[in-house]
Write a new protein. Structure first.
Length: 276
């Protein structure tokens, strides 16, 4: 069993909660004084195994983000540092349907194409087929992939890149983790109801090229067919959906907006065609 000597995330949550309670008691003002080093506190990390030398900087970052929230347009939801912030397009101080604007390409591809080929050399045959699309806006459905909700698993992409005290980048793949659906903290990401709102946070401009089939075949020579009194004997091997080339790497783009949909299968087959 893996045991954590010092939980930095728990430290920041508990300290932040206590500080916010004090702020609310003194008219949203508070004077903070830290004991010990503000950063590079290696002495504390030796005394408390697991303590990060820059943990206090993470705590200040938490309140810097909270100050940004307090000075940002009202957008509803249970907003905390690490949640998504939206642009106030019309400048009225409220994020609502009046801030809607055109974003990205249409969800229907502007370009759809396909091609195939067949080659024959002596008794060997080779064929292939491709299909693809481009200039298309692709939206990931955040409510369908929110981790922990209804015991849902976490996508590797979310695990690798989500907002936390260790990853306070401007735009990680996923905002802060929560046991609630993302629409609780960011109601603008709720795709159900009378208004279906989608943001650029989960939009990707997507193109792909899929190889739908490759087949290699061998035909028995005519002299053998005459001896066997047959017209054709063909041995073949085929693979369907062998590979996909795309700029979207999280899941198969043809699964749609939900990476937990049943994946497109790759299949192999070998066979024999005989005619008398």
């Amino acid at each position: 069993m893996h045991k954590i000597g010092f939980d930095n995330d728990l430290y920041i949550r508990k300290q932040s909660q206590a500080i916010r309670e004090r702020i609310s008691q003194f008219g949203n003002k508070l004077y903070l004084e830290f004991g010990g080093k503000l950063f590079d506190d290696f002495h504390a990390s030796r005394v408390l195994p697991g303590f990060k030398p820059d943990a206090k900087i993470g705590l200040l970052q938490e309140f810097r983000d909270q100050a940004e929230i307090d000075n940002s347009p009202t957008q509803g939801g249970d907003i905390m540092p690490g949640d998504i912030r939206y642009r106030d397009i019309n400048g009225d101080g409220v994020i609502d349907v009046n801030d809607a604007t055109y974003i990205g390409f249409p969800t229907t591809p502007r370009v759809i194409y396909g091609f195939s080929g067949f080659f024959n050399f002596k008794n060997i045959e080779f064929s292939f087929a491709f299909q693809g699309s481009g200039k298309r806006a692709f939206f990931m459905n955040p409510t369908s992939i929110s981790p922990f909700v209804n015991n849902r698993a976490m996508l590797k992409a979310i695990y690798d890149d989500h907002w936390s005290s260790d990853n306070m980048t401007e735009r990680p793949f996923w905002p802060r983790l929560s046991t609630q659906s993302i629409s609780v903290h960011n109601p603008q990401e709720a795709w159900s109801g009378a208004e279906e709102r989608r943001s650029t946070y989960f939009m990707r401009e997507c193109s792909f090229l899929r190889c739908t089939s490759i087949e290699l075949a061998y035909n028995l020579p005519r002299e053998f067919l005459q001896r066997l009194k047959m017209q054709t004997v063909k041995f073949y091997a085929r693979v369907n959906n062998p590979f996909l080339i795309t700029n979207f790497k999280v899941w198969d783009v043809e699964l749609g907006d939900n990476g937990f949909n049943y994946p497109i299968q790759r299949t192999w087959s070998i066979g024999l065609n005989v005619s008398f």
